[in-house]
Design a protein around this ligand. Structure first.
Ligand SMILES: Cc1ncc(COP(=O)(O)O)c(C=O)c1O
Length: 449
């Protein structure tokens, strides 16, 4: 009898086919959603690519190869979804905002609640995916850059769970303004390195990560936190974040019976925005709006609105080609935002492509508008969006009154504002909070004596 005649083998093959058919749905949802433009691998139109020192070529190729395998391996996506469900709390819900909708008198406003993930933001989606990849690569150490601290917090959490050593690089300015997240990273067992170069913000933390990676690539994986950097990071981070859009589209249809008219998301590097947009890119009736950091406003030179203020030009930095805020010599300009996570010189290369193709509109919100939107959202709905996320609220609040009452807005609430307590207390000039901090400080000084 050959193996083909064996009834057990037939049963086994039938079982495999059946299991495979179950997985196909997962695979479809996760992979067909984003049609990358045909062309060179790692490029979106002319943007993207790999611009790294030769010494890193082997490491990046190893990562590309591992990502290609994982992307075509249904069991990888299933394991990823299982952890997001049972560890992070996905699917996150969609919340209707009746009070804000009524107050503004136009479109009905809904919010996708990625702030309800474990660690308080969308960053955990990408980090869990890269953690699984890191295990497949057989590496025992992870490094990451962080601005708002949410990506660092998520990476430190994943490292504790997966048993990996972890070092987080964070600009000195961001360490000061996002202290609560530094506290959690360190207590989760990560080493937090305060970067004192350059402007001491996100760009400088990324440079420091690259330096570490060059010296330690044999045992270290760089968990880049946004959809920027060399290939495969833009595609890979977008793939992991596509869970937001996949869920949101189905949930909103179930809730309202239709697709949204507009989707708003804040854009730092662009990972939460490309995450939610992937649920709607195929639907021409849905307008997608990326909300950048307007800082002190257009013409101030102190902002991070690369596309909205039409202030950036195409260049190559930090391993990839995209629109950067740079001077005529190609040196990176200073950026500014009240939100550390949006305070970055470049934008993900997929957005450069989609912007030029007219698929995504970019607008900016200033620091002042962000504080106002935050106050309004807290008071009218009891939601506390992160300062980054509040940029998307500004645009929705600005545009909703001009839309019809039967139209629908969806905002991606990428994170919650707990981490911003010091900045928000300053912005709102909260006297009670200040006297509490003074008392605490007196107590610590007393302990020293
Ligand atoms: C809550 C939150 N939203 C948005 C961002 C911006 O990042 P991205 O554009 O990659 O989503 C950050 C970055 O730290 C963040 O913490």
């Amino acid at each position: 009898m050959t193996w083909l005649n064996c009834p057990d083998t037939v049963l086994y093959v039938a079982l495999l086919v059946w299991v495979d058919s179950l997985n196909i749905q997962l695979k479809r949802d996760s992979m067909d959603i984003f049609d990358f433009p045909a062309g060179r691998e790692g490029y979106f139109g002319e943007y993207g690519g790999v611009f790294l020192p030769e010494i890193l070529h082997g490491t990046i190729q190893e990562l590309q190869q591992c990502f290609r395998v994982c992307k075509n391996d249904e069991s990888f996506w299933s394991e990823y979804m299982e952890i997001l469900k049972n560890y992070s709390g996905r699917p996150t819900p969609i919340t209707y905002l009746p009070n804000l909708s009524k107050k503004l008198g136009g479109a009905q406003i809904y919010v996708k609640r990625d702030d309800l993930n474990h660690t308080g933001s969308h960053k955990i989606n990408n980090v869990i995916g890269q953690g699984l990849l890191c295990k497949r690569l057989g590496k025992r150490r992870v490094i990451a850059e962080t601005g708002a601290g949410q990506h660092g917090f998520a990476t430190a959490t994943m490292a504790a769970r997966f048993g990996l050593d972890c070092t987080i690089y964070m600009g000195e300015v961001d360490v000061a303004r996002q202290r609560p997240n530094v506290f959690w990273m360190e207590n989760l067992g990560a080493k937090v390195v305060s970067v004192k170069d350059g402007q001491k913000t996100l760009k400088d933390a990324i440079n420091e990560c690259m330096r570490d990676w060059v010296s330690n690539m044999a045992d270290t994986h760089y968990v880049l936190g946004t959809a920027c950097g060399p290939h495969p990071f833009p595609e890979m981070v977008s793939w992991f974040q596509s869970v937001i859009g996949i869920e949101a589209r189905d949930q909103l249809q179930e809730l309202t019976g239709s697709l949204p008219n507009r989707v708003y998301a804040c854009v730092g590097g662009g990972s939460n925005a490309i995450g939610i947009f992937q649920g709607f890119l195929d639907h021409d009736s849905v307008e997608l709006i990326g909300c950048e950091a307007g800082g002190l406003g257009a013409g101030s030179n102190l902002h991070a609105a690369r596309l909205a203020y039409n202030d950036a030009s195409v260049g190559v930095a930090q391993g990839f080609k995209t629109y950067f805020l740079q001077n005529e010599e190609g040196n990176m300009r200073k950026t500014h935002s009240i939100a550390a996570g949006l305070d970055y010189i470049g934008i993900n290369p997929i957005f450069s492509y989609l912007w030029e193709a007219g698929k995504v509109r970019f607008e900016a919100a200033t620091d002042e508008e962000v504080k106002e939107a935050l106050r309004l959202t807290m008071r009218s709905e009891g939601l506390i969006p992160a300062l980054e996320t509040a940029h998307a609220f500004v645009l929705a609040i600005r545009e909703a009154p001009k839309m019809g009452r039967n139209e629908i807005i969806l905002i991606n609430q990428s994170g919650r504002g707990d981490k911003d307590i010091f900045t928000i207390a300053d912005a709102l000039d909260d006297r009670e909070w200040k006297s509490f901090i003074n008392e605490k400080s007196d107590q610590y000084l007393g302990e020293k004596d």
